[in-house]
Design a protein around this ligand. Structure first.
Ligand code: X2X
Length: 337
């Protein structure tokens, strides 16, 4: 193997190189695939994905070797979405809201304050709502696994003060992921949202390009955002997940029986990851407080009312259409407009 000046210089490339050397055995596999994602290696998503990858290798007798590239090593979400479409990477996990830049209706599960709790999330995403969205994803020529993985209920962090009611969000400089729904929601709160890929979030907070961001506790903890954010307000303003996507040509190159092994193990790992994240989110408040974060609880009423008054629900109902909106309302058990 020649180590060129370019490989030496490019951070991403040298990480990939080390990975290749470490997994030299992968050379003998028939399908050498990459799974790229945006989360730290310590997040349950990567822990459970590693277990799935190991089982897949074992059950296929070494025919399928999937290597995980965590922490945006292969690029930011918007780059990785292009790569999974072109085949540059074979697998990728992405929030339904960011996926909506390609599949507009995919973001419907992220409507603000739609899901009251996990007890309504999983029957919806494993049921009619998830089926509807997967149908939309498939139209865009991507393969999607049946089980969505958990990101969690999102909370707002800040370096300048707590968010107690919707009024505190006015003029708040907040980072949001790259997605029209996120921008629209924080504009409805009259905040100043900035679309930034997760790869840049820690430094954007550190250099005060923005004053806050919003993410589930499991990410605030594993991505060490508590180092650059002092306040954490429990708003549960939306539930977010990760669709496990595959490049279609790469998927179809594998024979049917091999695909079954891959899909089954990924789906089983996803269900375990859901339980891990839920458990983590229940215990992390104490740990984050110990790390110096000031955590406050909030009441959803002022936030919901503000979104209603701003016409947020009516606007998005119009965009998704009455049929899709009816599936959402049925899933969450309340009228949202
Ligand atoms: O970008 C984010 O904030 C993250 C990590 O939660 C998503 O992938 C949507």
């Amino acid at each position: 193997m020649t180590i060129t000046r370019r490989t030496m210089l490019a951070g991403t490339a040298s990480v990939a190189l080390v990975g290749t050397l470490r997994h030299a055995g992968a050379q003998t596999a028939e399908f050498n695939y990459k799974y790229a994602n945006n989360l730290p290696i310590t997040h349950p998503m990567n822990v459970r994905a590693q277990e799935a990858v190991d089982k897949i290798r074992e059950e296929t007798n070494g025919r399928v070797a999937i290597q995980i590239f965590p922490s945006n090593q292969l690029g930011a979400d918007t780059d990785m979405l292009s790569q999974v479409r072109s085949g540059g990477v074979e697998f990728f996990t992405l929030s339904p809201l960011i996926l909506s830049t390609l599949v507009p209706k995919a973001s419907i599960s992220g409507i603000g304050f739609a899901f009251p709790s996990y007890a309504t999330v999983w029957p919806a995403m494993d049921g009619e709502l998830g089926k509807y969205v997967r149908g939309e994803i498939e139209k865009s020529n991507l393969v999607v696994m049946d089980k969505i993985w958990d990101n969690g209920f999102r909370q707002i962090t800040s370096s300048i003060g707590p968010i107690n009611t919707a009024a505190d969000l006015k003029n708040f400089k907040i980072r949001v992921p790259v997605s029209p729904l996120w921008t629209s929601m924080f504009k409805a709160f009259q905040s100043a949202p900035a679309s930034i890929n997760f790869a840049e979030v820690y430094s954007a907070l550190q250099t005060k390009i923005v004053d806050g961001q919003e993410n589930p506790l499991a990410i605030i903890s594993t991505a060490k955002l508590y180092e650059v954010q002092q306040y954490c307000s429990i708003t549960n303003h939306m539930w977010d997940g990760f669709w496990f996507l595959a490049n279609k040509r790469a998927w179809e190159r594998m024979p049917e029986d091999v695909r079954e092994i891959v899909a089954r193990n990924i789906n089983e790992a996803g269900v375990k990851e859901r339980a891990d994240v839920e458990k983590l989110n229940a215990t992390l408040k104490e740990q984050l407080t110990a790390k110096g974060m000031k955590i406050n609880e909030t009441d959803p009423d002022s936030f919901r009312q503000k979104l209603k008054d701003a016409g947020f629900y009516a606007e998005w109902k119009g965009k998704y259409g009455d049929d899709a909106w009816a599936i959402l309302e049925k899933a969450v058990g309340t009228s949202l407009s």
